[in-house]
Design a protein around this ligand. Structure first.
Ligand SMILES: C[S@@+](CC[C@H](N)C(=O)[O-])C[C@H]1O[C@@H](n2cnc3c(N)ncnc32)[C@H](O)[C@@H]1O
Length: 198
């Protein structure tokens, strides 16, 4: 199952079944809040799913999967720039003044050192007042067995608790708002959304 998800069309189909389109619209309206003309950087963009629900922005998506990046280019054409690269400390050197940076479903794929690197790269690439928005599966106390089992089965090997995610974010950002949402997906999956302001 996990290796099948590396095939872009199967990944998109699975995400559609699990999340639906309302998921993206809710995220875009409540948390991303990008305005026309904003510069948006999407870290671990996958096939560029989030771009479909953004207004007319200046979009750059980066991902280390060549197949996902190729699918993003086919799907969105000239609406965005899609770059195949791994997120390292110097990966986005020269990227500055972004209004919004997204890391949707990415941090739970990264160990603590790599996650901290993502927060640092995002901080350096934002304009003052710009925001990083993250979304990840989260362990909570008193969580049902099915929610916990789905998180444990995730492809990402670093699903954390809210304090653990927040601790990484506040190492870099002084202003971090975090909210746990239980009903964002069609499946019983607990998500943590963080908004980190530079
Ligand atoms: C769960 S997918 C989320 C994709 C997309 N953001 C979405 O919401 O549909 C996680 C993505 O992060 C990418 N990724 C994980 N670690 C990465 C890294 N170190 N550098 C670049 N991309 C990475 C994976 O290739 C994958 O496309």
């Amino acid at each position: 199952m996990k290796s099948l998800l590396s095939i872009p069309c199967l990944y998109d189909a699975f995400q559609f079944l699990a999340r639906g389109k309302a998921y993206q619209e809710r995220l875009a309206r409540m948390f991303i809040r990008a305005r026309p003309g904003d510069r948006v950087l999407d870290l671990g963009c996958g096939t560029g799913a989030m771009l479909s629900c953004l207004p007319n922005v200046d979009y750059v998506g980066i991902d280390m999967s060549p197949a996902y990046i190729a699918a993003g280019r086919r799907r969105h054409g000239a609406r965005g720039r899609f770059l195949c690269m791994e997120l390292t400390a110097d990966a986005v050197e020269g990227f500055t003044d972004f209004d919004v940076i997204l890391a949707m479903g990415v941090i739970h794929h990264l160990d603590d050192a790599r996650a901290l690197n993502l927060f640092r790269v995002a901080y350096d690439s934002l304009r003052p007042g710009g925001r990083l928005v993250t979304l990840d599966g989260v362990f909570t106390s008193g969580q049902s067995r099915i929610r916990r089992a789905l998180l444990e089965a995730d492809r990402g090997r670093h699903v954390r608790s809210e304090p653990a995610y927040r601790g990484l974010a506040t190492d870099v950002f002084s202003e971090v708002k975090a909210v746990v949402i239980e009903d964002l997906f069609r499946i019983p999956y607990s998500t943590l959304i963080m908004e980190c302001t530079r």
